[in-house]
Design a protein around this ligand. Structure first.
Ligand code: ADP
Ligand code: MG
Length: 728
């Protein structure tokens, strides 16, 4: 079965070629949406990509896009080099087109200053010049006319429509002046060849700058992740061999030398080294790796030699899945984008109406030469109103912003999350494993003998809870012999129960023991996490544990406070230890002794009070809370579950990422608004000026060439404003 005829499930990413403006986005989206099996199709104009959700054959998707007049390719098929080459080729073409048109325009404009060409009644000379202009227009701006035509056939109007109409009318009118001057009043006999050429030249110039910035932004993320080497040293029975990474399969043993990047995900079999995982985590501090540790493709082996066994290759590496998530996120549209899309769709027809009304008014009411005025003003309206800056405003900011986030180790699921995260009012933090290291230490044990500790060991080794791990480690010292366990049960947020050596054992919080009907549970006031133990329904002894706060917890809390956010701690642990940790890290509001469902209720209550809630958890036992929070932040890459249920994954496992993610989303949102205001204000202000509203008062008119330049500048402004996000 060929690559192309494979069935696709969930999200497929396609590269789309030939989209010239925001209007094309809708054409491609609706073409894709009509393919049977497609449930959602979103096109990103800035990245020139489409994300298609649903079950559809890739070839039917490609066909549908072709039917609408564009080209589509499966994104994964293209290597970074191929994509860069594509971009360079498109860029060179756009620059060349722009230069041709502008040069032609300059030659004609020079004549207006110097007058080296004969006057317009030299029909033959001017007919030839008109023909040459047409050739230049087609060479440099043919794509505008083709685009306008294919849009028209689908009953649509796009930015191409405006440019084609504007420049086409200019040329046609000029030819009338040359060939049948008697049809045109004497005062209106001018040619507009150079205006048409300048418009095409400037618009292409703007396009070239835009392609450059756009591709830089969309390839930036890929470049970042393209560090995984192309070759690997395979250890075989007949010695080591250098092989292309594509040939490495799961189970192969590879040798990684110092200074070499890992090409696959693997597990260390032997050796000892420090590894820089900055690519995955944004954290530059090297991590020590030895036998049994997991290493990831794209990270850098610094100083030791390692032998690893491949556990993930190619598309199944962590690196590949992160890259995919980031690309999908970059392609997603925030709510506000749909509004802009709707506006763009009605924008072009409205502009056409304005242009016609403008022409009619000048023709009926204007001063002489009325025809020239009518033509100049309506042409300027058509050109200046191109909504191309509008189409770029949102996707450019999203792409640059999410790319910047990924570089800092923030995996943000989609752009809608950015919009919500920028408005959060409360950040709720889970204590164990999030604010603390998640490795509690036993600071006190009372009342339990060696035999009892062996039973505890047997029971707690079946629990994943950090407390259980601490107890298991503690009891190991006193381990006698093997004991049998029956009826093990884990009571989330309470403790564990089970039958060990036929004795009923209950381990957990004081409340949990009471609830299990244990008698004689004493009051223990000492500060710490309390774990009580009962044998056969009788209280037997207790542990006191303490889990140290993470080094960066206090810093995170104060940065969140500085950003104006309320911080709240939720925990199932005892009030006294919870308050002590909260005090250490600077959190003022504590909800302790909560069952997992209480945590959900606290979050719901906040939401009912009108707060937007961010929840930070370690992702495994907090999955439900992460899901109902408006934005769920999961720490680290430990579990894939975390990545699934969280909206933002902090790859670096450092708490600083939370504030970083929130301020990044605020920055991106502000950047989007700036772009929208720039793009809209520009259209709203300049369309009336182009129509000549100011003329009766100040004599101001915009000529079509200037309109073309201004239009190009508006896209460039948007593109560069979005680019600022990379540095702020
Ligand atoms: P947190 O909200 O801090 O993550 P949990 O809800 O997981 O805490 O647990 C609450 C309390 O239940 C713990 O402080 C502990 O007393 C008890 N507990 C839970 N699981 C266990 C276990 N496996 N062994 C002993 N005690 C446990
Ligand atoms: Mg927890």
């Amino acid at each position: 079965m060929s690559e192309l005829s494979q069935q696709t499930s969930d999200t497929t990413l396609l590269t789309i070629n030939g989209m010239s403006c925001a209007g094309c986005v809708r054409s491609v989206e609706s073409a894709l949406a009509t393919v049977p099996g497609v449930s959602l199709a979103t096109v990103n104009f800035a990245g020139q990509t489409a994300a298609v959700t649903g079950i559809a054959k890739i070839e039917s998707l490609v066909d549908a896009v072709q039917g609408a007049g564009y080209e589509a390719k499966l994104l994964e098929d293209e290597s970074l080099e191929a994509q860069e080459k594509d971009v360079m080729a498109t860029l060179k073409k756009a620059v060349a087109k722009s230069v041709f048109a502008l040069a032609g325009g300059l030659v004609l404009m020079a004549d207006m200053r110097i007058g080296y060409l004969p006057s317009l009644d030299a029909t033959l000379v001017w007919s030839v010049l008109g023909g040459l202009t047409l050739v230049l227009m087609m060479l440099s701006g043919g794509h505008f006319f083709r685009g306008a035509w294919s849009a028209l056939r689908h009953g649509a109007t796009t930015m191409d429509t405006l440019i084609a109409l504007g420049t086409g009318t200019a040329w046609t009118y000029s030819m009338f002046v040359i060939l049948v001057p008697e049809m045109i009043p004497v005062e209106s006999r001018h040619q507009f060849f150079e205006a048409a050429l300048f418009v095409i030249g400037f618009v292409n110039l703007g396009k070239a700058l835009e392609i450059n910035a756009r591709s830089k932004a969309s390839l930036a993320i890929q470049k970042l992740f393209d560090l995984a080497p192309k070759f690997a040293t395979l250890i075989g029975s007949d010695g080591d061999r250098l092989v292309p990474v594509e040939e490495v399969v799961v189970g192969n043993q590879l040798k990684i030398k110092p200074g070499e990047y890992f090409s696959v995900d693997g597990q260390v079999i032997s050796g000892h080294s420090s590894v820089n995982e900055a690519l995955l985590t944004g954290e530059a501090m090297p991590v020590t790796k030895q036998q049994g540790d997991v290493v990831s493709a794209g990270t850098l082996n610094i100083d030791g030699s390692l032998v690893i066994e491949a556990v993930g290759v190619g598309a199944t590496t962590k690196l590949a899945s992160i890259m995919r998530l980031v690309k999908e996120a970059q392609n997603s549209k925030p709510e506000i984008a749909h509004l802009v899309d709707r506006i763009t769709a009605v924008f072009v027809p409205i502009v056409l109406v304005i242009a016609v009304v403008t022409a009619a008014l000048w023709w009926l009411l204007g001063p002489e030469p009325r025809l020239s005025f009518a033509l100049v003003t309506s042409m300027s309206v058509l050109i200046i109103a191109c909504p191309c800056a509008l189409g770029l405003a949102i996707p450019m900011s999203i792409m640059v912003g999410l790319g910047r986030g990924a570089a800092d180790g923030l995996l943000i699921k989609n752009s809608e999350i950015l919009q919500v995260a920028s408005k959060l009012t409360i950040v709720v933090v889970d204590k164990t494993g999030t604010l603390t290291n998640g490795a509690p230490e036993i600071i006190e044990m009372k009342g339990l003998d060696q035999g009892q500790l062996s039973c505890l060991h047997a029971l707690e080794s079946r629990s994943e809870h950090p407390i259980a791990r601490a107890i298991v480690e503690y009891c190991e010292r006193d381990l006698t012999d093997d004991v049998s366990v029956q009826d093990f049960r884990n009571h989330v947020g309470g403790g564990v129960t089970g039958r060990v050596d036929r004795r009923m054992l209950v381990i957990g919080s004081a409340g949990f023991l009471q609830q299990q009907g244990v008698s004689g549970v004493p009051d223990i006031d000492e500060v710490g996490t309390l774990v009580c133990v009962a044998f056969e329904g009788e209280f037997a002894g207790h542990f006191l544990l303490r889990d140290e706060p993470r080094v960066d917890a206090a810093e995170m809390v104060s940065s969140l406070k500085r950003a104006g956010l309320r911080t709240v701690m939720l925990t199932g642990d005892r009030r006294n230890i919870a308050q002590s940790v909260a005090h250490d890290v600077g959190i003022d509001e504590v909800h302790a002794e909560l069952l997992p469902e209480d945590k959900l209720n606290v979050i719901r209550q906040f939401q009912e009070d009108g707060e937007l809630v961010g929840m930070v958890g370690d992702g495994i036992n907090d999955a439900a809370a992460l899901t109902i929070a408006d934005v769920g932040f999961a720490m680290g890459m430990g579990a894939d579950v975390a990545m699934e249920s969280a909206d933002v994954t902090l790859l670096s496992d450092s708490l600083g990422g939370i504030e970083k993610a929130i301020s990044l989303s605020r920055l991106v949102l502000r950047n989007i608004y700036q772009n929208l205001v720039a793009a809209f204000a520009y259209n709203l202000l300049l369309i009336p000026v182009a129509a000549g509203v100011l003329y009766p008062f100040t004599g101001t008119l915009i000529n079509p060439a200037m309109a073309g330049l201004a239009m190009a500048m508006s896209s460039v402004t948007v593109v560069f404003n979005a680019g600022r996000l990379r540095f702020s």
